[in-house]
Design a protein around this ligand. Sequence first.
Ligand code: FAD
Length: 391
Amino acid sequence: LPAPNADFFGLMDTLSAEQREVAGRVRAFMHAEVAPIMNEYWNRDEFPHQIIPKLRELDLIRRIWREDGSRQPDATVMEGLITLEACKVDVSTAVFFGVHAGLALASVALGGSAAQKAEWLPKMMDLEAIGAFGLTEPEGGSQVSQGMRTTCKRDGNSWILRGQKKWIGNSTFSDFTVIWARDVDGGEVRGFIVRAGTPGYSVEKIEGKTALRIVQNGLITLDDCRVPDADRLQETQGWRTTAEVLRLTRTGVAWQGVGCAAGAYELALAYAQERKQFGKRIGEFQLIQNHLVHMLGNVTAMFTMCLHLSHLTDAGKMHDEHAALAKVFTAAHCRATVALARETFGGNGILLEHGVAKHFADTEAIYSYEGTNEINTLVVGRAITGLSAFV
Ligand code: FAD
């Protein structure tokens, strides 16, 4: 029987030998180091810190960023392939990596001074300093550009930060978190590198998640937290810099959808080739083949879209609405694909040991973060009609 392979159109063959080699190394790492332990850590709602030194050996971040904060020529394609391969096995691992090497690192790279980049980027690339990204607040994520409540106020050579940030990935153990706050004098949005242990900065782990349980999300409280001006991201240009970071990372979240769906499809196909009912392998039933073909069509469309989007991004031709469309499309089709994959497993589909249940749960987080389905839809709607549905 043919081995399950979600790359039906041979899209990997269009990539360079080096890109394929990196993707292959990530695949091997995920199967050797993450797959054997991920269910245990999922159950315990904990992050497996022992994978960090092994991830460091892969030296993946330097395939995306240079130490001066510029991006490699094929950075977005490379980031996409890493995300795809990681998510096929475990979306949480990709999210840990994406928050650190995407959101946090991009904030320093796009908003930091030369001195700040020199201080943080080499350590971040070696995973010796782990970053987090604090934008969303308890009162809401969708409106945060307009309704940000966290404030900063200049006081001599430092700033006083007040407010809360919710859902912040990696923040329970990160060495620093980039905090976005509105200046009470003038209203400009500013970014700050807030180091772990700073007085007035505290993190409470968010318990009871039903998706991405391996990712550690925190509720951050900034209670008159004093940050030196030297740790204000010196080159940010208000909300524009925040939006630029999100534009880059939204493509990565679209790739998470591709990887999550591709992983679920391959699991479902392998199961359908083996599981017997009524004396036949269930893959012999027309209705099950219909599920599989539907899933494969979704994955192929998503993969093709994201690969092209990444080429557009690396060519400097990507606009907000392109990434928003890919995020909307892949998140929705991931959800549909993973539901069919879970269905193909019958009752076993809800058992962690069969793999697909974790994808089924994780797709819900992909659906809602980095701009919900509705918000990204409105971004595309505004671009194509020329009419804004936003208040
Ligand atoms: P809300 O903004 O309250 O939205 C609720 C609902 O209302 C949604 O369906 C939304 O689409 C809809 N809605 C809102 N406005 C409109 C409108 N104008 N028109 C139509 N519908 C609308 N944030 C960080 O800063 N850093 C992180 O590391 C991070 N990690 C995350 C990890 C996980 C697992 C999750 C779940 C979230 C994470 N987030 C993070 C936050 C995430 O980006 C937000 O959850 C997201 O932006 C949505 O915000 P919200 O949850 O407050 O929903």
